[in-house]
Design a protein. Structure first.
Lengths: 543, 102, 213
């Protein structure tokens, strides 16, 4: 894997100190260095995540007692709308690609930056502008949006709340995502180091590649959909208005044509991280490299074929319903391939139970539950009973939170020492995971049962029969939040005051572990020459 | 001596003569006249099909010659194919609902 | 120092050290064009659905649009595609003056398109046909939807023409100042790609809105 000289001359000469001729904040917010942009995204999205968590916390507080004691129904509607908008558009979708992808994609392929560094900075600015608009929409005329993050018509057109700004914000955020996708696709095609053929790339890069295709080809559809809501609110054309011949179902089609592939934007990079972490901590080469690489592409592709499963009870033709149901079952196959290959990788490995690995273990458990319940929802007959209930809420939280977010946390534990050159407390990290895991299951598992028993979603109150489960769920949210606070406090303390981290604390085999922690501004002293596939563990020295 | 890096795409466009562009333009004008003419004819449901077909031919000329796809490296053609496939899927699956609903 | 020759397996050309990567820029541009294509796809999808549901009413409404202006605008855009293609071919051959002349012509043709559109829309608006107009409110749902889509789609297309004109005009300046040259024509080539896409979208809009007779 090229020259392994960890150049000590770089100690102190790293991207954190290299201000590029500017001072203070300006050296960050005007930087085109992919590493700084990655950190900018990381900090901003974690800020929005904190807001989203607080909103969720408040929602669960409301659910402690039936009857809407804490919030008026209107306020509750605004809470779950904003919770969804912030978590989805400002945290999970930019998520791993914008933060860790930006930071590590060029390094993992042996490049000095992405293909379009200035476009990269522009992407982040669009993210900030969109995020600010979304927050500002809380305070504008009409009050916070109450339509749900799905903005379904006709309500989103008729409601007096500030849909216009919220939708505008989402539109801008969509562009941020599109530009990142264009940047990553071009980077991967054009900037791999000499010798790094397609099947010598790390699997994280493969996952970013598949994700980028979805970002480019799916996001514009929601762009036009949101634009049409704006047009409708401003000009009352009638395109989605049933009173004027419009068809609200067409809105749902357009919305989900993006929003289903969007969940693969969320999960594919996380699966890429899982491949990286498993091979590092099992100290074995990945089992079935090609299968995992190609399954990323397969998931991205099949993901375009299944959006109708969000619309089974809306009045689509029967033909469409069974086509979408069949295709939905199909998408589970490449995901299954990945899980089997990950498990096979661990067989006869020399497992190191470090925090990143434990997060991955939690992920496999939680994501599998989410995936299996997805099959129940994908089946037409059972979906009729379960759609729009708490069962769905539990399902997607197991996927997006237990799946994507847990791996986001795992990636933090894996890569922060590289990004900032300092190590956190491993023991505290493991304890925080325990709180997270227990709290998560307490919070969300009861929702499967409640949904099955008929509790609808997006309701500010509930029937007395659900009281016990709702309370367990709310207590779970407190345990979960405790875990989050402990985890982030530990990581922040580690970044600021932790022990110095070496170049390769975990024994990783991809290119980022061959350069100092934190990396130098130009990444590599000399662009490496790649001679073989990644994940060869025989030659690695753990420091 | 370092091997020449592939910085510019294979054709750089200069392989297309001015005359070729003008011929394509004439074809496009002719096809436009054709499609206007066909619109005046009474062929019922076929009108849309023929109109879209002619539009597809015109677009194909623009994409291949004006936009050079015909002369570019394979990667551009593959990319266009991927985009086309996704477009087809979006239309096909939506029509599976809208056109078949009772 | 021929490091490439020592690398195992396939020699991969890496553009990382280049300050300019023309092929990379072209790849990026095509990807952006795909996003534009998908943006309009959403509306073409709505058109297809509503035309299927309201075929008779779409037919009636379609008779109102001015086929002549539509055809004229089609010819204008097709010609502007020709002129921008020639402008690019010219600078690739180092013929700067020819390139500028044809690029300016392209911009003027773009303006002409917008002027036509202005007259066309003025006429329709004065006849009471505009989004949520009283006249449209009285007409059937299908007719109302036809014109809703008409304004939305040709409107969005028009915005793209405006953007194209702005970009191409600024490239005229760059050409004059020798910032676009025979050895580095990338900006003009990519802008040309954008302009051709705008033309292609109109190639499909034309029959759907203007050739209903």
């Amino acid at each position: 894997m090229g020259d392994k000289s960890v150049a000590l001359m770089y100690a102190g000469d790293n991207y954190l100190r290299d201000t590029g001729g500017r001072r203070g904040v300006a050296s960050w917010i005007f930087s085109t260095d992919h590493k700084r942009i990655g950190v900018l995204y990381l900090v901003s999205m974690l800020t929005f995540f904190a807001v989203g968590v607080s909103l969720g916390f408040l929602m669960k507080l409301e659910m402690l007692e039936p009857g809407g004691k804490l919030f008026a129904p209107q306020s509750y509607n605004a809470l779950f709308t904003l919770h969804g908008v912030i978590m989805i558009f400002l945290f999970i979708i930019p998520g791993i690609p914008a933060s860790f992808g930006n930071f590590f994609l060029p390094i993992q392929i042996g490049a000095r930056d992405v293909a379009f560094p200035r476009l990269n900075l522009f992407s982040w600015w669009l993210y900030i502008i969109g995020g600010s608009l979304a927050v500002a929409s809380l305070f504008f005329q009409g009050g916070p949006v109450d339509t749900g993050w799905t903005f379904y018509v006709p309500y989103s057109i008729r409601t007096g709340t500030d849909v216009t700004f919220a939708v505008l914000a989402a539109f801008i955020l969509g562009f941020s995502s599109i530009l990142t996708g264009i940047n990553f696709l071009t980077t991967i095609h054009r900037m791999r180091a000499p010798g790094m053929g397609w099947f010598k790339m790390p699997l994280f890069v493969w996952s970013l590649y598949a994700t980028a295709w979805i970002q480019v080809l799916a996001t514009p559809i929601v762009g036009i959909t949101l634009l049409l809501i704006l047009v409708e609110r401003l000009f009352s054309v009638g395109i989605f208005d049933p009173g004027r011949g419009g068809d609200p179902l067409l809105y749902q089609h357009l919305f989900w044509i993006y929003s289903h592939p969007a969940v693969y934007i969320m999960i594919l990079p996380a699966m890429g991280v899982v491949s990286e972490i498993i091979t590092t901590f099992a100290r074995r080469t990945i089992f079935g490299y090609r299968a995992i690489a190609l399954s990323s592409l397969a998931i991205a592709f099949i993901g375009y074929l299944v959006w109708g499963h969000h619309m089974f009870s809306t009045g689509m033709s029967d033909t469409a319903k069974w086509i979408f149901s069949l295709l939905t079952f199909l998408v589970a196959v490449p995901s299954g391939v990945k899980v089997f290959n990950w498990v096979a990788t661990m067989y006869k490995g020399s497992i190191d139970l470090a925090p990143p690995f434990l997060f991955v273990m939690a992920f496999i458990f939680l994501f599998s539950i989410g995936g299996l319940t997805g099959l129940i929802l994908g089946s037409l007959a059972t979906d009729v009973h379960l759609t729009d209930t708490y069962f769905v809420v539990a399902h997607f939280h197991y996927q997006m939170f237990g799946g994507v977010a847990f791996i986001f946390f795992g990636a933090l534990h894996y890569w922060l020492p590289k990004m900032f050159g300092r190590m956190y407390n491993l023991k505290v990290a493991k304890w925080s995971l325990l709180f997270l895991f227990i709290g998560f299951n307490m919070l969300y598992f009861p929702m499967f049962i409640m949904g099955y028993e008929g509790m609808p979603r997006r309701y500010f109150t509930y029937l007395p029969q659900f009281a016990t489960l709702q309370r367990i769920s709310t207590f779970g949210s407190w345990v979960l939040v405790t875990g989050l606070i402990v985890m982030f406090a530990n990581l922040v303390r580690g970044v600021i005051r932790g022990a110095k981290a070496p170049a390769n604390p975990w024994g990783g085999t991809t290119l980022e572990w061959t350069i100092p922690s934190p990396p130098p501004k130009e990444n590599f002293e000399e662009i490496p020459r790649v001679k073989h596939e990644p994940y060869r563990h025989e030659e690695v020295v753990v420091q | 001596m370092r091997r020449a890096m592939q910085t510019t795409p294979k054709s750089a466009g200069s392989s297309v003569r001015y005359g070729t562009y003008i011929l394509v333009w004439l074809a496009l004008i002719a096809l436009t006249s054709l499609t206007v003419g066909v619109a005046g004819m009474n062929i019922g449901a076929l009108t849309v099909v023929v109109a879209l077909l002619i539009a597809a031919i015109k677009s194909s000329l623009v994409v291949n010659i004006f936009m050079h796809i015909k002369f570019e490296d394979m990667i551009f053609k593959v990319f266009l194919g991927i985009a086309g496939l996704i477009l087809f899927i979006i239309y096909a699956l939506t029509f599976a609902d809208v056109f078949i609903r009772k | 120092m021929s490091q490439l020759q020592e690398a195992h397996g396939q020699v991969i050309t890496s553009a990382e050290h280049l300050h300019r990567d023309a092929k990379g820029a072209k790849i990026g541009m095509w990807l952006f064009l795909f996003t534009e294509l998908l943006l309009f796809t959403g509306m073409f999808l709505l058109y297809a659905a509503y035309r299927y549901i309201y075929s008779a009413e779409f037919h009636r409404a379609g008779l109102e649009t001015n086929t002549l202006i539509g055809a004229f605008n089609t010819i204008i855009l097709l010609t502007s595609s020709l002129t921008v293609a020639i402008s690019i071919a010219a600078i690739e051959r180092g013929e700067k003056r020819l390139s500028i002349a044809f690029l300016v012509t392209t911009v003027l043709l773009g303006f002409l398109f917008l002027v036509n559109k202005y007259f066309e829309w003025s006429s329709e608006i004065s006849r009471g046909i505009y989004p949520a107009s009283p006249k449209l409110m009285e007409q059937s749902n299908g007719e109302n939807l036809f014109f809703g889509l008409y304004y939305a789609m040709t409107g969005l297309h028009g915005l793209h023409v405006v953007a194209g004109i702005i970009v191409l005009s600024s490239l005229v300046v760059l050409l004059v100042r020798n910032r676009i040259t025979q050895s580095d024509p990338v900006k003009l080539e990519n802008a040309g790609l954008y302009w051709h896409l705008v033309d292609i979208i109109w190639i499909f809009l034309f029959p759907l809105f203007y050739l209903i007779k």
